[in-house]
Design a protein around this ligand. Structure first.
Ligand SMILES: [Zn+2]
Ligand SMILES: [Zn+2]
Length: 221
């Protein structure tokens, strides 16, 4: 990472202090984990923060909340999902975030035990303006995010971090999310009879009467 990019991240992260305790450190972590400076990640960060605020809940430390983020693959500003993930603590590894592939910049934050939920969507005019920035114009021409000049990125990110929620987002009322009952997590470990690798017990499949991992068994369901 270029020193000037590290410096810019430190500059943006100070803004996190405005959101409350520890948020400057979480914002800084989010920039470092995401890897480059762009508009999508901070926009997702702000959207997720607005969702936590509306629900009156803390950032997820364990497994009690879920996020359905409405972005998809293969379109610009998909980085939004990383911001949502990192700010809400509903991470990929914890199995708490799912992409709906709608190609929309919105998220649904759901409390699993009560199914209470909120949807936060980026305002249409904010997305229209985002798709018309010098940053996206350079990306369209194939310039990598880390190669976009810093003065372009800085203006974009500073603007997104400073604007009030009402200007950026439409926040729904609290509603009940139609959540299917989740299967319990497995805490048991098995060993595949084919490759000898460790595999979570609930992912074992039978092949010729032997317990095997999915690649060795050759089928998923
Ligand atoms: Zn990005
Ligand atoms: Zn195997």
């Amino acid at each position: 990472m270029k020193p000037e990019q590290i410096e810019a991240i430190e500059h943006f992260s100070k803004k996190g202090k405005d959101y409350g305790e520890l948020w400057d450190r979480i914002l800084e972590s989010a920039f470092f984990i995401h890897g480059h400076l762009c508009g999508g990640m901070p926009l997702g960060f702000r959207a997720g923060l607005a969702a936590l605020k509306k629900m009156g809940v803390e950032r997820e430390l364990n497994m009690s909340k879920l996020v359905f983020v409405e972005t998809g693959t293969g379109h610009a500003a998909g980085c939004f999902a990383d911001g949502v993930q990192l700010v809400t603590g509903c991470t990929y590894g914890k199995g708490l975030i799912e992409r709906t592939e709608y190609g929309k910049w919105a998220l649904n934050l759901v409390e699993q035990s009560t199914r209470r939920a909120v949807r936060v969507a980026v305002r249409t005019e904010v997305m229209q303006a985002s798709y018309n920035t010098p940053f996206i114009n350079m990306r369209r021409k194939g310039v990598a995010p880390t190669d976009v000049p810093l003065d372009i990125t800085k203006g974009l990110v500073d603007g997104l971090l400073a604007r009030p929620d009402e200007e950026l987002f439409v926040v729904s009322d609290i509603f009940e999310y139609p959540l299917p009952a989740a299967a319990p997590s497995s805490f048991n470990l098995a060993v595949c009879a084919g490759c000898g690798e460790a595999v979570a017990e609930n992912k074992l499949r039978l092949k010729d009467g032997k317990p095997m991992c999915i690649p060795c068994a050759g089928y998923e369901e």
